[in-house]
Ligand binder design. Structure first.
Ligand SMILES: NC(=O)c1ccc[n+]([C@@H]2O[C@H](COP(=O)([O-])OP(=O)(O)OC[C@H]3O[C@@H](n4cnc5c(N)ncnc54)[C@H](O)[C@@H]3O)[C@@H](O)[C@H]2O)c1
Length: 255
């Protein structure tokens, strides 16, 4: 039986990778989906794929660093779709050249904006479920691939690490704060996943082999495998789960 029948889900970063796979999976599970992304073309493409299969979906341009815009988009969802049951704060960036401020603003502030406005809105409406995309980089330090020349210390991994550990902390704090109001808050910590974000890592066979070797299951993950975990956490099957950072990482963090 479909797990999300009658639910309204709002997904950030829905124009690509994990967000797109999750939008499609949430639709398969019976949800109406708001596909939000700073890349409106990507969001429209995702929404169109859902509509092609007879589902209800909307695409909006949203920059998660804009707190007021996030609040407005969530409120608009309630008006346009008649509710807001699931919020997936998934949008994020990776890469060495982005710098501290950009990575923190998108990967940490962006999630905070969703949590801050989404949890309050859901609580006022009787409850809901929020999922954040953290990372294995929100649980452990990342091991550097053996690249030459060695990257400078200011490469983006430090900011990514800080942001994702921050997402893990915010997940637990919001879970505690909003548990009495019927809002469950969890995070998923993916290992390396086949999405555009990891394209540069996968370009060089030696780097890809090194990254693959960090995953005991011996391969990188697929976005659909993160979407499956998100659909579970969003569903009533996870009704007693809150404040959890769930690794979906092929065993990366088990060592
Ligand atoms: N791919 C991986 O290996 C991996 C591993 C761990 C965690 N993650 C996390 O998963 C999430 C999704 O990543 P992905 O791999 O699907 O990457 P992706 O690049 O395929 O998709 C990310 C999406 O986020 C959107 N986005 C970027 N900045 C935004 C902003 N300011 N506002 C709204 N949307 C914005 C992009 O336009 C893009 O559509 C990210 O939070 C990422 O950090 C990815």
């Amino acid at each position: 039986m479909a797990k999300l029948t009658g639910k309204v889900a709002f997904i950030t970063g829905a124009g690509s990778g994990i967000g797109r796979a999750s939008a499609l999976r949430f639709h398969e599970e019976g949800a109406a989906v708001v596909c939000a992304d700073v890349d409106i073309d990507g969001a429209k493409d995702t929404a169109a794929r859902i509509a092609e299969h007879g589902g209800k979906a909307n695409a909006i341009r949203l920059d998660v660093t804009d707190s007021a815009a996030v609040k407005q988009a969530l409120e608009d969802t309630v008006v346009d779709f008649g509710g807001l049951h699931v919020l997936f704060n998934n949008a994020g960036v990776g890469g060495r050249d982005l710098g501290w401020d950009t990575v923190i603003r998108i990967n940490l502030d962006g999630v905070y904006h969703g949590l801050f406005h989404g949890a309050a809105l859901m609580a006022a409406r009787g409850g809901g479920c929020i999922i954040n995309t953290a990372s294995v980089a929100g649980l452990v330090g990342l091991v550097r691939p053996p690249v030459e020349p060695e990257p400078p210390i200011e490469w983006g991994a430090g900011a990514y690490m800080a942001a994702k550990h921050g997402v893990a902390g915010l997940t637990k704090q919001f879970a505690l704060t909003y548990a009495p109001k019927g809002v469950r808050v969890n995070a998923i910590a993916p290992g390396y996943i086949h999405t555009p974000m990891t394209a540069s890592v996968r370009e060089d066979p030696a780097t890809e082999a090194f990254i693959t070797s960090l995953h005991p299951l011996g391969r990188l993950g697929q976005p659909e495998e993160i979407a499956a975990a998100a659909a579970f956490l969003a569903s009533d099957d996870a009704s007693f789960i809150t404040g959890v950072i769930l690794p979906v990482d092929g065993g990366y963090t088990a060592r």
